[in-house]
Design a protein. Structure first.
Ligand code: WTA
Length: 654
């Protein structure tokens, strides 16, 4: 592994040394246009985060002003107390009385190539129709609605329609399996499921409705399923339960006054993986979430009226919530939305889209950037990318090589890059450059945004010196923070607010350099980050143990050039079952079926024992090393010396 080590130390060196000031032409007209200007904002945020966020909140439309900005009794925060507003009004209605009325809100492109544009006026109408359709199905304020749709405008319509009537949406990524969908529906007790006959992905139809049918067999809370016709795929319609979207909206009224909601009214639940137990339903509320997603959209992306803004995330992830739907629509942006796979039908699909729609802001994930880089420069070079003026990344640390490629080949050297750190739980970006003000260092998310008190600390909560590793925490509440884990307040307290006394613990390790820049070192718990998506080792292990041949399983992440981390699993079989390539394939499929294709292990190793501590805990650190160290040996199916390793380790401990 010598070359890899070398590369790692070189990139650490480069991380330290190279700094890219904001391109002059960009900085000149940026919203925040110098380090000094950012400094002033930071100072304001430090002096009084409440005042800082209060000013941001004034940019939204409130039907009743708040009485107090923050009510904080750890770990319970209430922002803009007693204020009333509606997220759909802020994303739609308020734009209708000015020049944005007929501006494109969503420019959509399907994978097969068709396009559709919805102006703010048209989107508003669709949302009102669908909100009334939901009401007609008996959905009332506070009810949960599960949304299981492809990347089509109706995903945003469904979310905003829920927000309009005070229903709580819970979007489930269309790549998740029926089983995962069922667990999420049952955890939240969803009344209605919104889905489509299918969606396009890599030229094939993903049969979403079939998955819903399978899931709904054991979802007693579901009284209705709404089905959008997208692919014209044959589906089974369950009379009495299933309704076609177009039939419901054809009958509905386009007049749907928005419900004025308390600032702390739940807006959505989004499930994400934790280190223990089943996925957690992260609950976000209305006022604080909208204030901070809008502020960050405007300032981190330096958003302009004429921008064509493209965040490539699926609405099934938090990035799709905050930076495809709520943040940009609250700012009146033109949002580009693309349904399908990044390299379909050719590796230049993204660049073709950028060229044809004149995209000016592109926000995507390091894993995608690495895949494009690998596919070769020629695909990007074949297109006119001169409309781009700002690039962003999110989801995992970006390696400096990919960062530079993004800057040069995609950004033509003229576009600043914002490397944005945040989480499902934080709701909005917390650590990021402001593109006209902050010098970038490839691989660093740079500095906490104004009004955000992030720090790297030791176990006792003391800041660590520059260069030293520690835990990434947030010391004061921020408006878009999660409010609880749905149905599990204890877990909320213990996972986020108990590990480092008095602070929010992110689960990430980090260090700060001498300039105060943050370098995220990755998760310190058992959460994997595969292609920017969070998976827990525990979910994968329980899926494996559910297979009749498996006695025990341990999942770990191993470094992967493309995915960031790949899933590697160690499996011990039940007596009488022998390892074989077929079984290996079967187990990989088994995990993909149970959770979704993103969880499919890249590597499976059979072993007759797993290394454990005396108390019986699997020694993941050891397995991680084994997985990383032996990755190049390809097809070694059994790990003969694992039990030896285990014995050695046990000897060491005793
Ligand atoms: C990681 C995605 C380094 C981190 C918005 C975090 C990052 C987890 C970055 C959250 C970044 C996200 N640099 N690491 N710019 N952005 N991460 O909940 O480990 O899907 O805790 O939210 O992704 O993933 P989640």
């Amino acid at each position: 592994m010598a070359p890899e080590e070398n590369e790692a130390s070189i990139s650490v060196l480069l991380k330290e040394k190279r700094s890219y000031p904001p391109p002059k032409a960009f900085a000149k007209s940026a919203r925040v246009s110098s380090a000094a200007a950012r400094g002033r904002l930071q100072a304001r945020g430090r002096k009084s985060p409440e005042k800082f966020w209060e000013q941001a909140a004034r940019e939204l439309v409130w039907s009743k002003p708040w009485r107090r900005t923050l009510d904080w009794k750890a770990p319970r925060a209430r922002w803009f107390v007693a204020g009333r507003l509606n997220a759909s009004v802020n994303c739609l209605d308020r734009h209708l009385s000015g020049p944005r009325r007929n501006k494109a809100a969503i420019v959509w492109e399907g994978e097969p190539g068709e396009t559709r544009t919805l102006t703010y006026l048209q989107l508003h109408r669709e949302v009102c129709l669908f909100a009334n359709a939901l009401k007609g199905l008996g959905v009332v304020k506070g009810d949960r609605v599960a949304v299981y749709l492809p990347m089509i405008p109706e995903a945003a319509v469904a979310m905003l329609a829920c927000a309009r009537i005070g229903a709580v949406h819970s979007v489930v990524f269309g790549g998740f399996s029926a089983e995962s969908l069922r667990d999420r529906i049952n955890d939240q007790g969803a009344k209605v499921v919104v889905t489509a006959d299918g969606g396009w992905r890599k030229g094939a139809v993903v049969r979403l409705k079939d998955a819903v049918d399978e899931a709904a067999k054991s979802c007693p809370s579901v009284t209705a399923v709404v089905v959008l016709k997208r692919t014209n795929t044959e589906v089974t319609i369950h009379e009495g339960r299933d309704h076609w979207w177009h039939r419901l909206t054809a009958k509905a009224s386009a007049d749907c006054p928005a419900e004025p909601l308390d600032s702390e009214h739940p807006l959505f639940i989004l499930y994400t993986s934790g280190s223990t137990g089943k996925p957690k339903g992260i609950l976000h509320t209305t006022g604080g979430y909208l204030v901070q997603t809008a502020w960050t959209t405007k300032n981190v992306f330096d958003l302009r009226e004429e921008d064509v803004y493209w965040c490539t995330a699926d609405v099934g992830w938090v990035t799709g919530h905050s930076y495809v739907v709520y943040g940009p629509l609250a700012c009146g942006a033109t949002v580009l939305m693309y349904e399908g796979a990044p390299m379909h039908p050719r590796p230049d699909r993204f660049w073709d889209i950028v060229e044809r729609h004149r995209v000016s802001i592109l926000y995507t994930a390091p894993t995608a950037i690495r895949a494009f880089m690998k596919a070769g420069d020629e695909h990007a070079r074949a297109h006119d990318l001169s409309s781009l003026r700002l690039l962003g990344t999110v989801g995992e640390p970006i390696n400096p090589e990919a960062w530079r490629w993004y800057r040069e080949v995609i950004g033509g050297g003229r576009c600043p890059i914002v490397d944005t750190w945040w989480q499902t739980e934080t709701g909005a970006i917390l650590i990021s450059p402001l593109p006209g003000a902050t010098a970038a260092k490839p691989g660093s998310a740079t500095l906490p945004l104004p009004g955000v008190d992030a720090e790297v600390v030791d176990r006792a909560g003391r800041p660590v010196p520059p260069g030293a590793g520690g835990y990434l925490v947030v010391r004061r509440p921020w408006p878009a923070m999660l409010r609880t884990v749905w149905g599990d307040e204890e877990r909320y307290k213990s996972q986020y607010w108990s590990q480092i006394p008095g602070m929010y613990f992110t689960g990430d390790g980090a260090r700060r350099d001498k300039d105060g820049y943050f370098w995220i070192l990755g998760r310190i718990d058992d959460v994997l980050n595969v292609a920017g998506h969070r998976l827990s080792t525990m979910e994968i292990e329980s899926a494996l143990v559910g297979h009749p041949a498996v006695a025990e399983a341990a999942a770990v992440g191993r470094p992967d050039e493309l995915l960031g981390q790949a899933v590697a699993v160690f499996v011990t079989l039940k007596g009488g079952r022998a390892p074989s390539p077929e079984l290996k394939e079967e187990l990989r499929e088994h995990v993909a079926r149970a959770i979704g294709p993103i969880a499919r292990p890249s590597e499976i190793r059979f072993s007759d024992a797993l290394p454990k501590t005396r108390s019986g805990k699997i020694m993941r650190r050891l397995l991680r090393e084994v997985a990383a160290g032996r990755a190049i040996q390809g097809d070694v199916t059994t790990l003969e010396d694992l039990s030896v390793l285990a014995r050695l380790q046990q000897d060491e401990e005793s």
